[in-house]
Design a protein around this ligand. Structure first.
Ligand SMILES: NC(=O)c1ccc[n+]([C@@H]2O[C@H](COP(=O)([O-])OP(=O)(O)OC[C@H]3O[C@@H](n4cnc5c(N)ncnc54)[C@H](O)[C@@H]3O)[C@@H](O)[C@H]2O)c1
Ligand SMILES: O=C(O)[C@H](O)[C@H](O)COP(=O)(O)O
Length: 372
């Protein structure tokens, strides 16, 4: 029995070594021959798990991904083979929510608006959409949710239609890539929807690149339309259309979910699922490995509303990712390298906050900062 795992999972060696014989591989490089004797295959999104990869892999009993998205797993094929598949649902939801908050803060100057007075339309009210909604709630920012599958399933939150979302100041996309069925998201923002956006709105895509028709978006920009767009995800990653970059407010290499907690929580969840498969006790936890944040604590004598923006960006500053992206992004291998060598980024919950008790400090605790 050999467990094969992608080495891009933080703390993978430490988590998986105690499960039995293990072998690491780097994302995208594993071959069907390598996996001949694999009993478990543990991946991130850069390994496509389909018949071509595992067709000859007769001993395979379990596949898991340390990511929230799972469109790199051929679930129909895994079902046909009776191989259970585990997805680390929600592992990086907080990371993406904090990416969106930083995007809102940092684009406010460019858009010349007070972002906390705006209405945010959240498309997809799953793990990420809900984490974002909770943070907007803590900050007193108005938001609307659109999620037809959840609404149809009886989720008792209040939902609006896409038409209502199209009236919001900010529209932020948090759906999976769905190609068929009643609520497809492939090119949800096609030429028609893009044509409905005004120059007073902001569109953020940190879901999957294909949710926005990138060709139609480029055509809109090149025709002179003034659209405010922030893209973390792109069609055809890593071989993206670089002509879009100069037109967007912030551009990054699919790293919204790449806080160290977001990635390592994925490893921890996969470890727990593997333990369950092997009927072993899961004795390790993420807290055993995460280093303390730097600084460990923020102190505010007299917290003011401006401190909220300052601390959001002190924890994660989207403009730094944008700068690196514009400086380094030339071709597909740059895109992959930017992801592979992503700097350590922490979540708000990694920091303690010494700020007493007023409405501003309460809002900051609502973002996850730990009260001293
Ligand atoms: N950029 C990143 O780094 C990053 C990180 C995490 C997740 N993601 C992407 O974001 C997606 C959302 O992540 P999640 O963890 O919240 O997933 P999730 O499955 O918890 O939530 C997705 C939600 O979208 C809803 N949905 C599906 N089709 C819809 C439609 N047509 N209109 C509106 N809502 C629809 C679903 O009902 C579900 O509630 C993932 O599938 C993944 O593709 C990207
Ligand atoms: O779906 C997800 O969880 C995210 O898109 C995640 O950030 C993908 O990360 P990757 O495996 O490509 O590093």
């Amino acid at each position: 029995m050999t467990i094969f795992y992608e080495t891009s999972m933080p703390y993978a060696d430490a988590f998986f070594a105690c499960l039995g014989p293990c072998q690491g591989f780097s994302g995208g490089s594993v071959t069907p021959a390598d996996l001949r004797y694999a009993s478990m295959l543990l991946v991130r999104s850069t390994t496509k798990v389909d018949e071509a990869l595992i067709g000859q892999c007769e001993k395979l009993r379990f596949v898991a991904t340390a990511t929230a998205g799972f469109n790199h797993l051929d679930l129909d094929y895994l079902r046909k083979r009776n191989i259970p598949a585990y997805v680390a649902a929600g592992c990086n939801a907080v990371s993406v929510a904090e990416y969106v908050l930083s995007a809102l803060v940092q684009s406010a100057g460019r858009l010349q608006w007070q972002w906390r007075d705006k209405t945010v339309g959240i498309v997809g009210a799953g793990q990420v959409g809900s984490a974002l909604a909770a943070r907007l709630e803590a900050l007193g920012v108005r938001y609307l949710l659109c999620d037809p599958p959840k609404q149809a399933a009886g989720d008792n939150r209040e939902f609006v239609t896409m038409d209502a979302i199209m009236q919001c100041d900010v529209i932020t996309l948090h759906t999976p890539l769905v190609k068929n069925g009643d609520h497809p998201t492939l090119h949800l923002f096609d030429a028609t929807r893009l044509a409905q956006l005004s120059s007073n709105q902001l569109l953020i895509n940190a879901s999957r690149g294909e949710v926005v028709d990138n060709r139609a978006l480029l055509a809109a920009f090149e025709s002179g339309r003034k659209l405010n767009v922030i893209l973390d995800v792109w069609e055809r990653e890593p071989d993206i259309d670089t002509r879009l970059i100069p037109h967007v407010i912030f551009a990054s290499a699919h790293i919204a979910g790449h806080s160290i907690e977001g990635k390592a929580r994925g490893t921890e969840m996969v470890y727990q699922a593997a333990c369950e498969q092997l009927a072993m006790e899961a004795n390790l936890s993420l807290a055993d490995f995460l280093p303390p944040a730097q600084p460990e604590c923020f102190t505010l004598q007299d917290p003011q509303p401006a401190d909220i923006d300052r601390l959001i960006c002190a924890v994660y500053d989207i403009s730094q990712d944008d700068l690196r992206f514009r400086q380094q992004m030339r071709n597909a291998s740059d895109f992959s390298a930017l992801r592979k060598h992503y700097p350590i980024r922490r979540e708000c919950s990694a920091y303690r906050l010494n700020a007493g008790k007023n409405s501003v400090s309460q809002a900051l605790y609502g973002l996850g900062f730990q009260p001293v």
